[in-house]
Design a protein around this ligand. Structure first.
Ligand code: HEM
Length: 270
């Protein structure tokens, strides 16, 4: 006898895998406000874009852990392939931001004030990606340890949360790379010396270039985000998270790379 699922579909066996149940679609859609609760028609696009980013952030964090573990297990091929996947995901981010550019500044300003003091700066998953990948700049640590803003109740918004601190202390992909090269007895520059002799480090060269692609794609995302924000709110407006807005983002767009040793290796080759 047919069974009616919560999503409204009828199936012969309620235990069978069903599209809506597998994806928890009812719960997923319920995470957004109803049409009548939106402050502006464009707010759904804004919410959907942010939520989609956070889902992809979660996926990247998952893959970063796997990539680090693969390097620690000497599985360079798996680490290379997972890094390529991460880069493909990061490659989605600029087009995702471009969807927000279909919103006029006036439409965004119609609901922007209601967002303060919330800001993308509070995305813990974004910080986890940076730290699990390898960002370990002391100046950046000082920034993270400085409360972000004063919320409506007068309390500072702490960026140095338990999760962010744990990510700072966790083993990073950059560390796993560095240890792997040490175990193999090679420097990053050695990987790029390929002619005229056959390259004995071909697997590491492909890994290093995959990591460079990830690093470059992430830096490109930072730049694309700053330009999208400038288009939406202008150069001079403060951010909802109480930063200097686009001025801050231009500074953040130049954060150190995740794998500086690979970028520096270029200097040794000229
Ligand atoms: C109209 C859309 C957007 C505008 C105008 C905008 C603007 C800004 C501004 C001005 C900041 C600086 C912090 C502050 O608020 O004071 C910021 C930070 C940030 N935003 Fe956005 N943003 C937008 C969309 C997004 C989206 C879709 C994401 C995806 C998750 C995002 C992620 C972030 C992150 C991660 C930061 C921290 C950057 C860092 O510290 O390096 N933003 N944003």
């Amino acid at each position: 006898m047919a069974v009616r699922l919560p999503c409204g579909h009828e199936v012969m066996d309620e235990r069978q895998t069903h599209y809506c149940a597998y994806l928890a679609l009812d719960a997923l859609i319920a995470l957004q406000p109803a049409d009548g609760e939106l402050r502006h028609a464009d707010e759904r696009l804004f919410l959907t874009t942010h939520q989609a980013f956070e889902l992809w952030f979660r996926q990247i964090i998952f893959e970063l852990h796997r990539t680090t573990a693969a390097l620690d297990a000497e599985n360079v091929a798996l680490a290379t392939s997972l890094t390529q996947r991460i880069t493909r995901i990061v490659g989605l981010f600029a087009p995702m931001l471009h969807t927000l550019e279909t919103m006029t500044p006036a439409d965004f300003f119609a609901f922007r004030a209601a967002l303060a003091p919330a800001s993308g700066s509070e995305s813990q998953q974004f910080r986890e990606i940076e730290l699990l990948a390898g960002l370990r700049d002391p100046a950046y640590q000082r920034y993270l340890q400085t409360p972000l803003a004063t919320s409506a109740d007068g309390n500072p918004v702490d960026q140095w949360t338990e999760r962010v601190r744990a990510a700072w202390e966790a083993r990073s992909l950059a560390e796993a790379l560095s240890d792997l090269l040490a175990r193999r007895g090679v420097t990053a520059a050695d990987l790029y010396v390929i002619a005229p002799a056959p390259n004995p480090h071909g697997d590491l060269l492909l890994l290093a270039e995959a990591l460079m692609d990830f690093d470059e794609a992430f830096a490109t995302w930072r730049y694309a985000h700053a330009r999208m924000a400038e288009r939406a709110i202008g150069h001079d407006a403060s951010g909802t998270g109480h930063t200097t807005g686009v001025r801050y983002l231009n500074h953040a767009a130049n954060r150190p790379y995740f794998f500086p040793m690979l970028w520096q290796a270029r200097n040794a080759l000229g």
